[in-house]
Design a protein around this ligand. Structure first.
Ligand code: C2O
Ligand code: CU
Ligand code: CU
Length: 479
C-alpha cells in the first residue's frame, strides 16, 4: 500500500493565519548541501564517552556577498551532529561562548528534568561551563539539541542554535538500513529564514507572535542545495527545525519512499508513501530508492510546489537489499482503567495563546504524574477550523504513543514512539504517556513563538515511594 496524502486536515492547514509567508526560490546559485560534521568525543572507553558542546557565534557564507552572523554548536551555524550510544555513560561539558544566557535542551532524550534536560531551569551563563551526565535507555532515534531559555528560545533557534543528536543502539545498527553518515545516511534540517540588508537575519523585524517565518528555505544552513547521490538507496533523517513552518514534502515524479522512523523510534514496519507533512520539531527517517534513475538525472524535493533540495544522480552500484518487513516491536503499556484521563487544551492565537487557559509561569507546577504509570492524555486544539493553526504538541522527558485522533485511528506513520504530535484545529489527539524519571518537565506547542508566548506548562513526575524532592525553578525576572 502506498499513501498519497499528507494525512493532515488539509482545509485547516490551508487557512494558515493572516501572516503566512509562502516559500520562494532564492535568487542565489546552487551550492552543495552542507553535511554537518560528526562531533568527535573528547574521550571514549568501553563504558563511558565524553563530549564538549559549545554554543558559539560565527559567520556563515549563506548567500553571495556578505557572510551572515549566525550561532551554532561547535560550528558557525546549527552544529556538529552528536552521536549518543544507548547504554553508555555519557558526560557532556556545556560551554556558553555567547554573550547571553542559554540552555542546552535535549529534545527527545529521556533524561532527568529540569536540569539535565536543559529546559528553561538549566541556564548556562556567558563564559560558563556546566557538566551533565546521563545514561540513555530508549530506542534508537533521530533527536535534536536546541536552546530553550524562556522567553527567548525562538530567537536563539532563529540565530542557529539547533543540531541533530543521533541515538544509536545495536538493534538499529544491525538492520539493513543505510548507515554511512554523509554518504547514504543524510541529515536534513529544514528551516526557513528571511535575509535582510547585507544578508543578515533580523529576528525583531520579522517578529510574528504566531511564529517567525521567512521566504527562503534553508536546508542544513544551505540555500538552493544540491546533493550528489552515489548509492541506490539513501536514508534521510528529516527534522522540521523551523520556528513555525510545516513542510509538505514530495519528490519530483511523486517518487515513493518508505518512512522507517518517526520522532523517537523506528516505526513497527516501513510505511510507503509519496507525500509527507512534518510539523515543527517532528522528525521522520525515510529511505528513498533511486533505482529508477540513471547518471545525470535530477530528482527534486519540494515543499508544496517550491523546490528545496536537488538530488543529482551519479553512477551507483545496484543494491538488491530489501527493507525488513518488521522494524521494531512496540508494545503498548497497559493503562489502569481507573486512572483519570488528563485533559490538555491549547487555545488562542497571536498574543492570546494559552495552555489550559493559563500562560506559562516558570515557578508554577501545573500537573503531577507518578513515574512508571501510563496515562492517557487528551490534547485538544481549541482553534476553529476556519482560522486556526496546527499546534505541534511536545512533551519533554518522555516518548509517547499516539492512540487516536478524534476517536479515529492515528495516521499510518504515527505508530512508533513520538515526542511531538501535530494537533489539527478542532481536534483531540489521545496519547499514552509514561515517565520513567522523576523531575520537572515542560510540555508546549512547538511553534516556538507560541511556546515563548505562554502556550506551555510543566509537570512534576515523582516516585510514589519516596518523598517528593523540591526543585529550584528559575524565574523569568531573575534571568
Ligand atoms: Cu524542542 Cu521544549 O522543546
Ligand atoms: Cu523538548
Ligand atoms: Cu501553537
Amino acid at each position: 500500500k502506498i499513501y498519497h496524502n499528507y494525512f493532515f486536515d488539509e482545509p485547516a492547514f490551508n487557512t494558515h493565519d493572516g501572516g503566512y509567508v509562502p516559500l520562494e526560490v532564492a535568487d542565489a546559485p546552487e551550492k552543495p548541501l552542507a553535511i554537518p560534521a560528526l562531533l568527535k568525543p573528547d574521550k571514549e572507553t568501553d563504558t563511558d564517552i565524553w563530549y564538549t558542546v559549545t554554543a558559539q557565534t560565527g559567520e556563515t557564507p549563506i548567500l553571495p556577498g556578505k557572510k551572515t552572523k549566525t550561532w551554532g554548536y561547535n560550528a558557525s551555524i546549527l552544529g556538529q551532529t552528536i552521536v549518543y550510544p544507548v547504554g553508555k555513560h555519557i558526560h557532556v561539558a556545556l560551554e556558553n561562548h555567547l554573550s547571553e544566557l542559554t540552555t542546552f535542551h535535549w529534545h527527545g532524550l529521556i533524561v532527568s528534568g529540569p536540569y539535565v534536560d536543559g529546559g528553561c531551569h538549566a541556564p548556562v551563563y556567558p563564559g560558563e561551563t556546566k557538566h551533565i551526565d546521563f545514561t540513555l535507555n530508549q530506542p534508537a532515534a533521530t533527536t535534536w539539541l536546541h536552546a530553550h531559555p524562556c522567553p527567548s528560545t525562538a530567537e536563539q533557534v532563529w540565530h542557529g542554535l539547533a543540531t541533530m543528536v543521533l541515538v544509536t543502539d545495536d538493534h538499529i545498527n544491525n538492520l539493513p538500513l543505510p548507515h554511512h553518515y554523509g554518504v547514504d545516511d543524510i541529515p536534513l534540517v529544514l528551516q526557513d529564514r528571511r535575509f535582510h540588508e547585507d544578508n543578515q537575519l533580523d529576528y525583531r523585524a520579522d517578529y510574528d507572535p504566531d511564529g517567525v517565518q521567512g521566504p527562503t528555505a534553508l536546508i542544513n544552513g544551505t540555500v538552493n542545495p544540491f546533493f550528489d547521490v552515489t548509492t541506490q538507496k539513501v536514508r534521510f533523517r528529516i527534522l522540521d527545525g523551523a520556528n513555525r513552518r510545516e513542510w509538505r514534502l514530495h519528490f519530483s515524479d511523486n517518487l515513493k519512499f518508505a518512512q522507517v522512523a518517526g520522532d523517537s523510534s523506528l516505526l513497527p514496519e516501513p510505511v510507503y508513501m509519496d507525500h509527507l507533512m512534518l510539523t515543527c520539531a517532528e522528525r521522520a527517517e525515510i529511505v528513498v530508492d533511486f533505482s529508477g534513475y540513471h547518471e545525470g538525472q535530477i530528482v527534486t524535493l519540494f515543499s508544496d510546489d517550491v523546490p528545496i533540495v536537488e538530488f543529482r544522480i551519479h553512477q551507483f552500484a545496484p543494491d538488491k537489499t530489501t527493507l525488513p518487513e518488521h522494524l521494531l516491536a512496540i508494545k503498548k503499556p497497559e493503562v489502569d482503567p481507573k486512572t483519570p484521563i488528563r485533559k490538555i487544551v491549547m487555545s488562542g492565537m497571536d498574543e492570546s495563546v494559552m495552555m489550559d487557559n493559563k500562560k506559562f509561569s516558570m515557578q508554577r507546577i501545573d500537573a503531577t504524574q507518578p513515574i512508571g504509570e501510563s496515562q492517557y492524555w487528551d490534547i485538544t486544539n481549541a482553534n476553529s477550523k476556519e482560522s486556526g493553526m496546527v499546534h505541534p504538541f511536545h512533551v519533554h522527558g518522555t516518548e509517547f504513543l499516539v492512540i487516536s485522533r478524534n476517536g479515529h485511528e492515528p495516521y499510518p506513520n504515527e505508530h512508533g514512539f513520538k515526542d511531538t504530535v501535530g494537533v489539527n484545529p478542532g481536534e483531540t489527539v489521545r496519547v499514552l504517556v509514561r515517565f520513567d524519571l522523576p523531575g520537572v518537565y515542560m510540555y508546549h506547542c512547538h511553534i516556538i513563538e507560541h511556546e515563548d508566548g505562554g502556550m506551555m506548562a510543566q509537570i512534576q513526575t515523582y516516585d510514589p515511594n519516596k518523598p517528593k524532592p523540591t526543585y529550584k525553578l528559575m524565574d523569568m525576572d531573575t534571568l
